[in-house]
Design a protein around this ligand. Structure first.
Ligand SMILES: NC(=O)c1ccc[n+]([C@@H]2O[C@H](COP(=O)([O-])OP(=O)(O)OC[C@H]3O[C@@H](n4cnc5c(N)ncnc54)[C@H](OP(=O)(O)O)[C@@H]3O)[C@@H](O)[C@H]2O)c1
Length: 240
């Protein structure tokens, strides 16, 4: 039977591309989303992939939703923690709420999804967790102390959980995308975006499918020896 893969924030942008890629790989895919019902409905109509609405930042709601998915679709063997938001502003202008929203969603979401699924993976001795970090978590970014901290936290979370899962056939990895052509980047002012693209050695934004390809690679059977790693997919913008 095909493994069930849940992609958080799977109905739009990078998550959508990840869903399609995992579906092509033969996984039974389930998408999650936060609030945009129209996009979610259109996504399910187009792809046949069910979409479950819950806030990944809400611990109880995430546990309950994962139980529902396990009942309705099947036990969850693959988790892609992709749901993420930005609430940009310099520290002096950033409210506590903007800090907390981003930490709760981007980093808390990873914890909540792992809590909901890790025990089952351990029992079945197979699992794949792929966390979507960011170039801005690696390098920092002006006006993003919340986002950079959460994404940087994802990289630490990945390395720690990888150590806990290794003996049980569970791999935990991260992908750090550079600037990808999605709604999130469309929100960046054009003059700022031009400056960003000028700093990308390949000379363009990335495509969501190029991140999805990395997730497919890490989620595959052949990815079994890769754990605790971060795959940078950023057009050469940040190398270390
Ligand atoms: N785009 C980039 O250049 C870039 C670069 C580096 C890293 N990333 C990371 O890649 C991931 C995807 O980014 P994207 O650009 O594809 O974003 P996006 O187009 O804004 O889509 C975000 C997705 O996350 C969902 N979501 C947001 N908050 C949620 C919550 N609390 N609970 C459940 N789902 C929630 C959204 O659902 P709704 O449709 O219901 O709102 C949507 O499906 C994010 O983690 C982002 O930080 C993006």
């Amino acid at each position: 039977m095909a493994h069930v893969a849940v992609v958080t924030g799977g109905t739009r942008g990078i998550g959508r591309a990840i869903c399609l890629s995992l579906q092509r790989d033969g996984f039974t895919v389930v998408a999650n989303y936060g609030g945009n019902d129209d996009k979610a409905r259109a996504f399910t109509d187009e792809t046949g992939i069910p979409a479950y609405k819950f806030d990944v930042g809400d611990h109880e709601a995430t546990l309950a939703a994962c139980e529902k998915i396990a009942d309705e679709v099947g036990v969850i063997d693959v988790v892609v923690n992709n749901a993420g938001i930005t609430r940009d502003g310099t520290l002096l202008k950033m409210s506590y709420e903007e800090w907390d929203d981003v930490m709760r969603t981007n980093l808390g979401g990873c914890f909540n999804m792992a809590k909901a699924t890790f025990a089952g993976m351990k029992e079945r001795k197979w699992g794949r967790i792929v966390n979507i970090g960011s170039i801005n978590g690696q390098a920092g970014q002006y006006g993003q102390v919340n986002y950079a901290a959460a994404k940087s936290g994802i990289h630490g979370f990945t390395k720690a959980l990888a150590q806990e899962g290794a003996r049980y056939g569970i791999t935990v990895n991260a992908i750090a995308p550079g600037y990808i052509d999605t709604d999130m980047v469309a929100a960046v002012p054009e003059n700022v975006l031009e400056k960003i693209v000028a700093k990308i050695p390949v000379g363009r934004l990335g495509q969501a499918s190029e991140i999805a390809r990395g997730v497919s690679f890490l989620a595959s059977e052949e990815g079994a020896f890769i754990t605790g790693s971060t795959l940078s997919i950023n057009g050469g913008q940040h190398m270390y």
